[in-house]
Design a protein around this ligand. Structure first.
Ligand code: OGA
Ligand code: NI
Length: 349
């Protein structure tokens, strides 16, 4: 119960019937989502590419290379993960967030330490920024030495088994995609996987309650993910947006697809040939939204640096080497906003 006092959940505010957005959730005017001015996916500008990984889709590597170069994000279909599993994970997530607060607080995260496992709302260690209109449940899933399902919800009764099956499936899919991304850069298939080393996988279920003033808030502020690659599934409520040429483009919810988001360490390894995608989540007044993000990250003792093979006269070394643990600490202390953390690694700033 102590944790409840220290970390306010957005869902608690909504259930109490707040009519106006509390000041701590009001974004400064330049960061507000301008929902009425959003580029519409149905207009001719399109959204992130959809890549078919199935046998009838042809060789996906060139399409993946183009998507990584142009967007830093794409969706994959026919990816080999059974659609029923995606549905089960979403259903379990919703049933957790629908449960009474008392039941959820049995699994509260430690609000004093950033990125601690469990049920929380505020992500950053610092206490002064604008808050996201989001609650979440973070699972430490891999390596197995970090995996302790007793810290995960025990309702519905198959929750923990489903998370384990999902974790293993997402690891495999991430590795398949990293092979293809390596090949699309002209690197050996295992290059990025080996550069990342043993995978640290976190699975974060995000729950974005309906928001009384969605024009003033963000579900998740603009950021790029800090690890190697993120695989995200969402329900049928729109909200995820990717920044492309200075404009926010909505990612269309496709129930069987997995959204692939390149993260900062892949940008470093590719020596900037591929960019990590800047993305955010917007909220709406009527519908709660649920997403499940699976992060594929290096371990904290890993040094990450650009692939030698990609350094040429035309494309000289762009980033300095970074110890991944230092990168994570700086992300959590500075926050994701403004200049991206990766810019601090640029050799010619
Ligand atoms: C994230 C993220 C977007 C979403 O968790 O890093 O970008 O749609 N989530 O929930
Ligand atoms: Ni993200």
């Amino acid at each position: 119960m102590e944790a409840a006092a220290e970390t306010q959940r957005v869902q608690t505010l909504v259930e109490a019937g707040v009519a106006h957005l509390p000041a701590r959730y009001v974004q400064p005017p330049e960061l507000r989502p301008h929902l009425s001015r959003r580029r519409d996916v149905t207009a001719d500008c399109g959204s992130i590419p959809v890549v078919d990984l199935g046998p009838s889709g042809g060789d996906p590597v060139p399409a993946i290379g183009r998507a990584c170069r142009e967007w830093g994000a794409f969706q994959v279909v026919n990816h080999g993960v059974r659609p029923g599993l995606l549905e089960e994970v979403r259903a379990m997530g919703s049933s957790f967030f629908r449960a009474p607060m008392e039941a959820k607080l049995r699994f509260a995260c430690d609000p004093r330490s950033p990125a601690s496992e469990g049920y929380g709302s505020r992500m950053l260690a610092k206490d002064d920024g604008v808050l996201d209109w989001r609650d979440y449940f973070d699972h430490h899933a891999l390596p197995e030495s970090r995996r302790n399902p007793s810290r995960w919800p025990d309702f519905p009764s198959n929750y923990r088994d489903v998370v384990i099956e999902y974790s293993n499936n997402m690891k495999k899919l991430a590795q398949t995609l990293l092979c293809m991304i390596s090949q699309s850069l002209g690197l050996p298939p295992l290059y990025i996987e080996e550069a990342v080393g043993e995978v640290y996988q976190n699975i974060t279920i995000s729950y974005y309650p309906p928001c009384p003033q969605p024009d003033l808030a963000l579900g998740l502020q603009s950021h790029s993910d800090m690890g190697a690659i993120t695989l995200l599934i969402q329900d049928d409520v729109e909200g995820l947006e990717v920044l492309k040429d200075g404009e926010w483009v909505q990612v269309q919810p496709l129930s069987d697809a997995v959204v692939v988001i390149l993260a900062d360490q892949t940008e470093v390894i590719s020596n900037g040939e591929y960019k990590s995608a800047v993305h955010r989540a917007v909220v709406n007044a009527h519908h709660p939204r649920l997403s499940v993000a699976t992060f594929y990250d290096p371990c904290k003792t890993r040094k990450i640096y650009p692939a030698m093979q990609l350094i040429t006269k035309q494309s000289p070394l762009k980033f300095r080497e970074v110890l991944y643990g230092d990168y994570v600490s700086s992300w959590y202390s500075k926050g994701p906003e403004g200049k991206r953390n990766i810019d601090a690694l640029l050799i010619n700033q």
